[in-house]
Design a protein around this ligand. Structure first.
Ligand code: PEP
Ligand code: MN
Length: 338
């Protein structure tokens, strides 16, 4: 349930509300909005204590949250969440943020070259995989910590914050040390132990949609992260599995306006994995911006035929630069910048 506090609620009044929430065995989640403070009271059957809170000083109103996900919902927070990455990068604000780079980090030289090229073209975040979730155990599994070091060095040289995936609970601390955004991949969207662990970190979490996850299941996964204390979650649509086999997955761009309605969290789209075929990616990237995405994730590699993973869906740096010019026009047309 949501407690909306009176605009003139005093600190002692707020403190006694928080104390009461804890006494009753619930967890308070406080957000200070522009005009008022609201406290999410999370716990099973919290709404049964409605009368207690309605009678407390400083409380303006008490309302149930109708959805199974609570902190994630628009009912809990009306304004869009904007995540400040530092380096002047805001995710969920007017500017559409493009995250680009190789699927897997290979050599440091190539990573630096790619980072400089995508930065020059207007990307604001560098992506690169160190731990790779591969369908086959015989496929390249990622350079691990060495790749994390390369990402950190390239961040230092380019000023681009980095996003990289964590696959397992034991690596969360390590990845947190290096990454500006921790990615949870499609295959781990319902790895609840991992969600709890990244929920305890201080980094924003980029949570990809699973290939067979409904929007509601995905939002409940985001709720795992938020209910563990990390409110900075970015949702990333990356294509779902349908009967169609002409592309790697089917981009569900419906998800963008649906999520916009249901949640305050920023929404980005990854057409590289969603489509899986280089030549079709620009069209879907433009469509994603047109439909209201706050950002894009795109795979870029200077020698896709030598890429350690996902070469066929990696754009060349010059294709990426051309696409960025086109995306700028689309962003302007929908009242955004890029
Ligand atoms: C990736 O971004 O490299 C990746 C593996 O994506 P997904 O989890 O969406 O398949
Ligand atoms: Mn990839």
């Amino acid at each position: 349930m949501i407690l909306t506090l009176k605009a003139d609620a005093t600190k002692p009044q707020i403190d006694s509300v928080l104390k009461k929430i804890k006494e009753l065995g619930f967890t308070p989640h406080t957000t200070h909005g522009k005009e008022m403070t609201i406290i999410g009271v999370i716990g099973e059957n919290a709404i049964l204590s409605r009368d207690i809170f309605e009678a407390m000083d400083g409380v303006e109103s008490v309302a149930p949250i109708s959805k199974p996900y609570k902190l994630v919902s628009r009912e809990f927070k009306k304004e869009n969440t904007v995540i400040d990455l530092g380096h002047g990068v805001l995710i969920g604000a007017d500017r559409v943020i493009v995250m680009a780079g190789p699927c897997s980090v290979d050599t440091k030289e190539r990573l630096l070259y790619t980072a400089q090229a995508v930065k020059e073209a207007g990307a604001r975040v560098l992506r690169g995989g160190a731990f790779k979730p591969r369908t086959s155990p015989y496929a390249f599994q990622g350079h691990g910590e060495k790749a994390l070091r390369f990402l950190a060095e390239v961040r230092k040289q380019t000023g681009l914050p980095v996003v990289t995936e964590v696959m397992n609970v034991n690596d969360v601390k390590l990845v947190e040390e290096y990454a500006d955004i921790i990615q949870v991949g499609a295959r781990n969207v319902q790895n609840f132990d991992l969600l709890k662990a990244v929920g305890k970190t201080k980094r924003p979490i980029l949570l990809k949609r699973g290939m067979s996850t409904t929007i509601q299941e995905w939002l409940l996964s985001a709720e795992y992260v938020m209910s563990n204390g990390n409110y900075n979650v970015i949702l990333c649509e990356r294509g779902i599995r349908t009967f169609e086999t002409s592309t790697r997955f089917t981009m569900d761009l419906n998800a963008v306006p649906v999520l916009r309605h249901l949640t305050h969290l920023p929404i980005i789209v990854d057409p590289s994995h969603g489509v899986g075929i280089r030549e079709y990616i620009p069209a879907l990237a433009k469509a994603a911006v047109a439909v209201g995405a706050d950002g894009l994730m795109l795979e870029v590699h200077p020698k896709p035929e030598e890429a350690l993973s996902d070469g066929p869906q990696s754009l060349l740096p010059e294709q990426f630069a051309k696409l960025m010019g086109e995306l700028r026009a689309v962003a302007l047309a929908v009242g955004r910048t890029l």
